[in-house]
Design a protein around this ligand. Structure first.
Ligand code: SF4
Ligand code: SF4
Ligand code: SF4
Ligand code: FES
Ligand code: FES
Length: 668
């Protein structure tokens, strides 16, 4: 720090201002962990929980998360007044909370529990006012327990800002306030894509990963079943975090040893089937590229993105690769080969996949991925659940001797490993396509240009004299922009990789929870380092894959390969005329009003407009003269909020326009 550096005095120590956006970041840089509920560095600032209050000399108490640092500020992070205030905030939250910590799946990782301990709260001065609310277990991926919500809104902002969906929002006031899916429906009835990112930022047990641990224990205990596992690339660089190891440390061998101790008969690698995905997907791409059809090709290995495309961009479904994801390709191949190899009936083979992802639970249940009532993948466990099983079994993870994956589906190339990081699929496909197009061996298989952290990256390559334009996106709000460009005919890309989770699968919501933003980066680095240590780096070099085509699949992209490795997706777009009635008037002649609350309109404020309009009609005593309903999507998403009043459609409608039009029409 030189003499001219602007500083803030934090607890009597000068701290240089180096681009921090708020005092909270400065305080954390100074090594002081200020308590917060509603701050998340990836999201907009909400400033509602008041946990981060600090005393700024001359200004009084201020929320550190929403106050900019200024040179010369003198900040105290803890005074007696602040201590007492924080205690009161936590005690008030606990008074309206179902505090059953021993049975809560967030216990030991919960901010409320942790702060209560940190602040020395041993009794609550406020009377309990908590009224039990129904727990939503409708989602295949998540459990939503409103009894444990502290209304920080992190989940709401994650879903709307990063994923561009808005499947959940605040509702009600005072003690009835809650975070709910639209119209108090269950999560599986709204546009949730099961990405789980809301649960990844939820500080309490209000949104958690739906556990399949009990199912797996029961299956392992059933002597008629042979249970095998596939383990995804991103799991191996994150699992160790749960046992005190560094993010990015590769623990595949220990994971295999733990699974074998639990009773898994065989442990395979999803990177093997990722190699298969690369070959099928690259061939599909080269065919489309040559014919100029259905371009850009979108990747389809992220099930949250696939559901998102089905809901919002069904016209782009022909552009999605028809390849199954590596998880599902593994399931298909395992069902095709393992019963014979292990001498068992298919119905007694249980396939458990261990994934960084909550949406994979949804994917495994899709009807496309079952035959004769048997699912290709029976159960999906997230990294978190797998870690919990290791703990429950009392396995000392750190002292496990690494064991080898089983062959042949335990063998992979580096291309199958880097799948877990954003850009990995694209790079793996390029390693195949470049050799195929040029007919020459690629000496250096690295395409470092596609790597990185930006949410949208564009890369251009010259392959055999042809320009190839690629785009890599992560987070669905970014995917939406690219999809909209394609629909408007403005896209210049040939291939688009989409991963719903920030950073790709390494940032999946099933991974160990971490507020440390560098964890994702270190996990991705762990995968690229693991690629370097593999003897082979291109999927087409995997000898077991070559053997698989020779013995089982036939030609790449051929009939059997298609039957086992490809699939199709369907539109889930909701139609605008199947609305939800909010006011049903009693007059003989009524004015019909429909407000779109589809995601695009929602993010442009349609729900607020709808609430304002309903309130106005009630206050003016006009409810008898109208039918008001909320609807989903009128296909004018870029011009929302869309409101239909009588027979007229209003685009970019405001509350004022709606009220004036409705009043005018009712009077006439
Ligand atoms: S959310 Fe936190 S405080 Fe509430 S029961 Fe669960 S662990 Fe305990
Ligand atoms: S799982 Fe994803 S889509 Fe569903 S509510 Fe959470 S953030 Fe939104
Ligand atoms: S569900 Fe979790 S993240 Fe969402 S408001 Fe409640 S406590 Fe906060
Ligand atoms: S973290 Fe600052 S007000 Fe919630
Ligand atoms: S969301 Fe499509 S028109 Fe409203």
């Amino acid at each position: 720090m030189n003499n001219t550096t602007a500083t803030v005095l934090i607890d009597n120590r000068p701290v240089p201002i180096e681009g921090e956006r708020n005092i909270l970041e400065m305080v954390r840089k100074a090594g002081i962990e200020l308590p917060t509920f509603c701050y998340h560095s990836d999201l907009s600032i909400y400033g509602a929980c008041r946990m981060c209050m600090v005393d700024v000399e001359g200004r009084g108490l201020m929320a550190a998360c929403s106050t900019k640092p200024e040179a010369g500020m003198k900040v105290k992070t803890t005074t007696e007044e602040i201590r007492q205030m924080r205690k009161i905030v936590v005690e008030l939250l606990l008074a309206n909370h179902d505090g059953q910590c021993p049975t809560c799946s967030k216990s030991a990782a919960c901010t409320l529990q942790n702060l209560s301990r940190r602040l020395g709260i041993t009794k609550n001065r406020f009377k309990p006012i908590h009224q039990p609310r129904a727990i939503d277990v409708s989602s295949p991926s998540l459990v939503r327990d409103p009894n444990k919500c502290v209304l920080c809104g992190d989940c709401v902002r994650m879903c709307a800002e990063i994923q561009g969906i808005g499947a959940i929002d605040f509702a009600g006031r005072g003690r009835d306030a809650a975070v709910l899916p639209a119209f108090n429906k269950n999560l599986d009835q709204v546009e949730c894509v099961n990405c789980g990112q809301c649960a990844a930022v939820c500080p309490t047990g209000a949104l958690t990963v739906r556990s399949s641990v009990e199912d797996v224990w029961k299956l392992l205990d059933d002597p008629s079943k042979t249970v095998v596992a596939e383990i995804a690339p991103a799991v191996r660089v994150a699992l160790g975090e749960q046992f005190g190891l560094e993010a990015g440390e590769v623990v595949t061998g220990q994971a295999v040893a733990a699974l074998k101790t639990m009773g898994f008969k065989k442990v395979f690698d999803t990177s093997f089937s990722a190699d298969l995905t690369v070959i099928e997907e690259a061939e599909e791409f080269l065919t489309r590229f040559t014919k100029g059809e259905h371009l850009p090709q979108f990747t389809s290995c992220c099930p949250a993105w696939v559901k998102y495309a089905e809901q919002y961009h069904p016209e782009l479904l022909p552009n999605l690769s028809s390849c199954k994801s590596p998880q599902q390709m593994f399931g298909s191949i395992a069902r095709d080969t393992l019963p014979k190899a292990l001498g068992i009936e298919n119905k007694n083979l249980v396939i458990v996949s261990i994934m960084p992802c909550t949406a994979k639970k949804f994917e495994a249940r899709r009807p496309e991925f079952a035959k004769d009532g048997i699912r290709d993948v029976d159960v999906v466990l997230t990294t978190q659940e797998f870690a919990r099983m290791i703990e429950e079994r009392g396995i000392d993870f750190r002292s496990l001797s690494p064991e080898s994956l089983d062959m042949p589906m335990g063998f992979k190339t580096g291309a199958g490993v880097i799948f877990g990081a954003s850009g990995g699929v694209t790079e793996a496909v390029l390693r195949y396509a470049a050799e195929k197009v040029t007919g020459r061996t690629l000496e250096n298989a690295d395409f470092v240009q596609v790597r990185g952290e930006d949410g949208r990256r564009e890369i251009e390559f010259d392959v055999a004299g042809k320009k190839l334009k690629l785009c890599v996106v992560h987070s669905l709000a970014n995917a939406r922009k690219v999809a909209d460009e394609v629909k408007r005919g403005k896209s210049v890309y040939h291939l688009v990789e989409v991963m719903a989770c920030p950073g790709g699968c390494v940032g999946g919501a099933g991974q160990p929870l971490s507020r440390d933003m560098t964890a994702r980066r270190r996990r991705a680095k762990g995968l690229y380092d693991a690629d370097k240590t593999q003897p082979l780096h291109k999927s087409q070099e995997n000898p077991y894959i070559t053997e698989l085509y020779k013995r089982n699949l036939g030609e790449v992209g051929g009939h059997k390969a298609h039957e086992l490795l490809h699939t199709g997706y369907h539109s889930r777009r909701r139609l605008g005329d199947t609305g939800i009635p909010l006011i049903t008037g009693t007059a003989a002649e009524k004015l019909k009003i429909t407000v779109c609350v589809g995601t695009s309109c929602y993010v442009k404020g349609s729900q607020t407009l709808l609430q304002g309009l309903v309130k106005h009609l009630e206050e003016r005593g006009l409810t008898h003269a109208v039918d008001v309903q909320a609807s989903f999507c009128h296909e004018r998403c870029d011009r929302g909020p869309t409101v239909v009043i009588g027979d007229k459609v209003f685009e970019k409608c405001t509350l004022d326009t709606a009220i004036k039009t409705v009043e005018g029409l009712i009077k006439s």
